[in-house]
Design a protein around this ligand. Structure first.
Ligand code: NAG
Ligand code: NAG
Ligand code: NAG
Ligand code: NAG
Ligand code: NAG
Length: 761
């Protein structure tokens, strides 16, 4: 009876507890291939997501240029960047000629006999990320016995973990590698970034990343792996040097020993590590300010036609010390340890705590009132396989391709894509409805916008939407010109093209989109070179569209829409590009500090801001914008307008740090440097640019000023006559009347110089 009750409870828990992560751009598969059901067919196809069966996007591939920017977007269900749990989000990618999406929803077999030519790696019907030998090695390798496994009876292989006790297989993913990061063995995954609630961990993540640090493992012959991958070995491949060198195995009837082998690091920079963005519990939605949780990925110089992106979301509660809980604390149920110390965090002794249910076990009953005979116990819903827990999503394959030769090395290429899938908000959940990614974007004239998207023809047949059932299609056309300005002063600006609040596109043949050519606008509108067919709702176009990178040549605000999917009141598919001559740079910086640098087109540093470690107490998006005097729009000017620098806007425009000593260090390049004759004066405006204050300059050399500040706003440097000649003038006055004539000459001379300098500016 007790066993039955236990089984029933376990079953309830497995059903009830999900805290998923879904990647929306690039399209996360959630193990879906190309399926027209609302639920994906096979949760084991490629990797262990631990997500709900719904969600995921059908297969569809795109490509990204080296060095281009991809805005990775996701939603996660159980909060991050918040006090509710420890949260780490790990972004990685891998590329390889065997990496593929496959053409079936079945899981790749791990028995070669079930694959074409007995070679699963080459049986391209099956989707595959990690390869056959990687999984065979995981299966035949010993798991790390030092890990905390709670009260779980976890077997011996690295395919078995606290979260995957039965060693269930998900493609060729190694469950132990999936559950632990940084992993101790070699993996094909290259780290992009770790987002963590606790940035004091960053140094560790960056040092331990396989990007920069090699991994040792016990190497055995591939034939051994191949011949034994379906057997239960008597000895598992060890994970320590001593045991490895003593590890005897038979391959082709020959006795061999394991070879302790160093696998080189990937040889790429350590991953970025920044504080998690905030999100709330029980909610697959946006973060602060309505911005989808995102990370801007600069595509590495690693051209390959077969790449995939992986995101993991790891959450742990504060019940015990996540870092110092090892196999020594495994639960007393198995008599090998006391269980993790939950009790002292509640001020209880071990025996008292355990008596009252303060220990990590399945659904403990807690005696909070300390009543005798467990009179009023309250049961908690606790599953020891889920304290903590990791979720995952991965993209379909994409290619990384070299930059086009005619695009300068240092030019920004921004990918603009479409996320979402056909259906109304309830039908697509936990995926999302259509939107452009990014849907609002500032682009410097001379940088490149790369419009490209993919979709599917195989969405559930009854999902709402325009055009032929089941299909995704999108296009880009300029919205109708602004018609009303009430309450929206931005529209008074003549530089706004298309009004986001409208639903009709512009019919004007000269409607402009960031200066794109007529031919490009036509392509974006009717997905040209498509000709003929049924195109009112773009039905006869394909799911995939690519314009290639196009130079932004115009300033202004360009608001565009998709004619097909923008069914007002049910869906909105609109985007914005702000073209500007300002050059800018942005980064999310946290208490570890960081630096934002803006360079002009010839790579000269125009301005930079350095945020010292400890200056910030939370993550902030810091942006630095170099604005030319012509483009800046201000409500007032500083008292001195003899400018010798561009305007620089530091955002956020109010106080950034209130730390007593760790101020931001900023530098601004001067347009002209005549140190001996003029003195630079630094001014900063308040956020609404109605007033200016003069700031101290710390140093002035090599044509730039360096200073400390705690706030954003507009900064500019103006010049005044240097103290040297002025002092001379005063002394001259004192020397006497005799020299008056001479002094007048000197003053005139200075004035003349000033004039000629002015006309140069
Ligand atoms: C998840 O967090 C646990 C600590 O609770 C840690 O042991 C594990 O390595 C982490 N796994 C991943 C994939 O981040
Ligand atoms: C990514 O870049 C976009 C601009 O393209 C910006 O709005 C967004 O805040 C950036 N994300 C992060 C996490 O910094
Ligand atoms: C783990 O325990 C050791 C010693 O017991 C201690 O030095 C270390 O700070 C602990 N680590 C954490 C993260 O608490
Ligand atoms: C727009 O959505 C409505 C539902 O509000 C639907 O009835 C209508 O058919 C849709 N329009 C088109 C052109 O599909
Ligand atoms: C459009 O939204 C309304 C609610 O605003 C809903 O009743 C209707 O079913 C939706 N129609 C479509 C086609 O999504």
């Amino acid at each position: 009876m007790a066993a039955l009750r236990h089984a029933f409870l376990t079953c309830l828990i497995l059903k009830a507890v999900y805290a998923d992560i879904y990647m929306h751009n690039p399209r996360g598969s959630n193990n879906r291939w190309n399926e027209n059901g609302r639920n994906r067919n096979n949760a084991n196809r490629m990797f262990d997501s631990q997500n709900n069966n719904r969600g995921g996007y059908n297969v569809g591939s795109v490509y990204f240029h080296v060095g281009s920017n991809v805005q990775i977007e996701w939603t996660n269900q159980h909060s991050c960047g918040d006090q509710n749990n420890h949260c780490d989000t790990i972004l990685q990618y891998t590329c390889g000629n065997l990496v593929r999406d496959g053409t079936t929803t079945s899981t790749i077999p791990d028995n070669p006999a079930q694959c074409e030519n007995l070679d699963c790696n080459e049986d391209r019907r099956y989707g595959m990320h990690e390869d056959y030998f990687y999984y065979a090695d995981c299966k035949l390798r010993s798991r790390n016995k030092g890990l905390f496994t709670a009260d779980r009876n976890v077997g011996s292989s690295a395919t078995k973990t606290r979260q995957n006790q039965n060693g269930n297989r998900f493609g060729y993913e190694c469950p132990e590698e999936r559950d632990y990061y940084p992993y101790w063995g070699p993996t094909p995954w290259r780290d992009i970034a770790v987002l963590t609630n606790d940035v004091t961990r960053c140094a560790m993540y960056q040092e331990e990343s396989q990007n920069v640090k090699g991994r040792y493992a016990c190497k055995v012959g591939m034939t051994y792996l191949y011949q034994n991958s379906n057997k239960n070995p008597s000895d598992y491949i060890p994970i320590t040097q001593r045991e490895c060198e003593a590890f005897k195995y038979t391959e082709n009837n020959e006795e061999k020993y394991g070879v302790w082998t160093l696998y080189d690091p990937h040889g790429i920079p350590a991953p970025d590590c920044v504080v998690s963005q905030w999100s709330r519990d029980n909610h697959l939605g946006n973060g602060i300010g309505g911005e989808t949780l995102n990370y801007n990925w600069t595509v590495p110089d690693f051209p390959n036609d077969h790449c995939t992106l992986r995101i993991r979301y790891n959450i742990t509660t504060f019940e015990f010390d996540r870092d110092n809980t090892t196999s020594l604390q495994n639960n007393r149920v198995r008599n090998d340890g006391p269980g993790p110390d939950v009790w002292s965090r509640h001020g209880l002794s071990e025996s008292d705590g355990k008596d009252r249910g303060y220990e990590l076990e399945g659904n403990p009953e807690i005696n909070i009132f300390g009543l005798e005979n467990d009179k009023l116990n309250l049961r908690l819903a606790i599953n020891t396989a889920q304290y903590g827990r990791t979720f995952q999503d991965r993209s379909h394959t994409f290619a990384i391709v070299p930059r086009p030769e005619d695009i300068p090395e240092n030019a920004v290429i921004q990918n603009i894509q479409v996320r979402g899938k056909r259906g109304n908000i309830v039908q697509v959940y936990p995926a999302v409805e259509y939107d452009f990614v990014p849907n609002g974007l500032v682009m410097t004239v001379g940088s490149y916008a790369h419009f490209q998207w993919t979709g599917s023809d195989n969405n559930p047949a009854n999902n709402d939407g325009q055009g032929r059932a089941s299909t995704d299609r999108s296009n880009v056309v300029m919205l109708g010109a602004p018609v009303y300005v009430e309450g929206n002063p931005e529209l008074y600006k003549t530089s706004t093209f298309g009004q986001l609040g409208r639903s009709y596109p512009s019919h004007l043949s000269d409607a402009t989109l960031a200066g794109l050519s007529d031919d490009d606008k036509t392509r974006l509108a009717i997905l040209y070179p498509h000709r003929g067919g049924d195109m009112v709702e773009l039905d006869d176009a394909g799911t995939y569209f690519d314009l290639g990178p196009r130079k932004v040549t115009m300033t202004g605000t360009f608001n565009y829409m998709c004619t097909r999917n923008n069914n007002f009141s049910n869906r909105s598919q609109k985007g914005r590009i702000i073209g500007t001559t300002s050059i800018y740079s942005q980064a999310r910086i946290d208490s570890n500090g960081g630096k934002v640098t803006v360079q002009d087109s010839s790579d000269n540093v125009l301005t930079s801001v350095e945020v010292p470690s400890g200056s910030l107490t939370e993550g902030k998006s810091i942006q630095l914008v170099g604005v030319s005097a012509e483009e800046v729009s201000l409500d007032s000017l500083p008292p001195n307008t003899d400018f010798i620098s561009e305007f620089v806007r530091l955002e956020p425009e109010n106080e950034i740090t209130n730390h007593p000593t760790e101020l931001l260090r900023m530098e601004i390049k001067l347009n002209d440097d005549v140190t001996s004759l003029y003195e630079p004066n630094l001014y900063r405006s308040n956020a609404d640019t109605t007033s200016w204050e003069k700031l101290e300059i710390d140093s002035h050399e090599n044509g730039r000023v360096v200073f400390s500040t705690r706030s954003g706003g507009h900064y500019v440097v103006a010049k005044t006559v240097a103290a040297g000649p002025m002092a001379g003038l005063v002394i001259g006055l004192i020397v006497g009347v005799v020299l008056i004539v001479g002094i007048i000459v000197l003053v005139r001379k200075n004035g003349g110089l000033l004039q000629s300098y002015k006309s140069k500016v």
